[in-house]
Design a protein. Structure first.
Length: 274
């Protein structure tokens, strides 16, 4: 039986504080972001079931995993597996990872497995290009990799823009009742909308749970669990496929107008988020 996947957006990084900080290369978590991770550790309800933790190799995601799931890593002798396919969508400095050598220095002595982080993973070229087609392909590859794992409950820590491609879910701008573990300076819980929160509908350290659609074939599609939907959306009726597509187009148009994604393909690239 395919595993259950718990998707988590990273905690607040320094690039989240101001658009000017998007020029920071591979920024770390802020002190507030570290506190968000500790709150995540306290509120996440599935610790006892977790048997694998995977993260984008970008520093803020790895540290979110290390802090938020520190007890799981220690008590079960686990390591955070850094999976390059989970990196963020844009080629902005803040969304570009460090070299394998720098990553090895940064996480030396910490329970992080960097085996899959090879030269060129942060080039933003070819497979890693910031185009819709490339992002969709690597999102599918990440799902396939996860679906083939023997573990039963997997935590995936990644990025707000990439999560839309990874989950193929564009309904996330409906913020009411979401399960973010704390209110950051930029937060849907503070009354912000998609218009005011460009780039993603996921709050920092928000988590949602998914199962695999075994009928989706090689696409390895994810379906949010009923429990997860109720936690963030109450008793709302799920959108139809047509409504989801319309919402996706609306989100793309909004982000394009705000300058957070590129034109040029039928699907669009999410360039950044705050």
């Amino acid at each position: 039986m395919p595993p259950r996947v718990h998707c988590v957006r990273h905690a607040q990084g320094y690039h989240n504080l101001t658009v000017a900080n998007h020029n920071m290369h591979d920024p770390l978590l802020t002190p507030f972001g570290e506190e968000q991770c500790r709150e995540l550790r306290s509120s996440f309800p599935y610790h006892s079931a977790v048997d694998l933790v995977v993260a984008s190799p970008i520093k803020r995601t790895v540290y979110t995993a290390l802090i938020g799931f520190s007890n799981d890593l220690a008590s079960k002798d686990l390591k955070v597996i850094a999976l390059p396919e989970l990196q963020e969508t844009s080629d902005l400095p803040c969304d570009t990872g460090s070299s394998p050598e720098e990553a090895a220095r940064e996480f030396r002595g910490k329970p992080v497995d960097l085996t899959l982080v090879q030269e060129g993973w942060n080039s933003k070229k070819g497979k890693w290009a910031p185009t819709a087609k490339a992002i969709e392909n690597r999102a599918r590859e990440a799902r396939q990799w996860l679906m083939s794992r023997p573990e039963k409950d997997i935590v995936v820590v990644t990025h707000g823009g990439f999560l839309h491609y990874f989950t193929e879910d564009w309904t996330s701008n409906r913020f009411q009742g979401m399960s973010c573990t704390s209110i950051s300076p930029v937060s849907p819980a503070a009354g912000l909308t998609l218009e005011a929160l460009p780039g993603t509908g996921w709050a920092n350290t928000e988590f949602r749970s998914y199962s695999f659609d075994v009928g989706s074939g090689d696409n390895a599609s994810l379906v949010e669990t009923d429990e997860s939907r109720r936690r963030r959306a109450g008793t709302e009726t799920p959108l139809t496929r047509e409504e989801k597509l319309n919402l996706k187009q609306t989100a793309h148009s909004t982000w394009e107008r705000q300058g957070f994604q590129q034109k040029g393909e039928p699907n669009y690239q999410v360039q950044s988020k705050v």
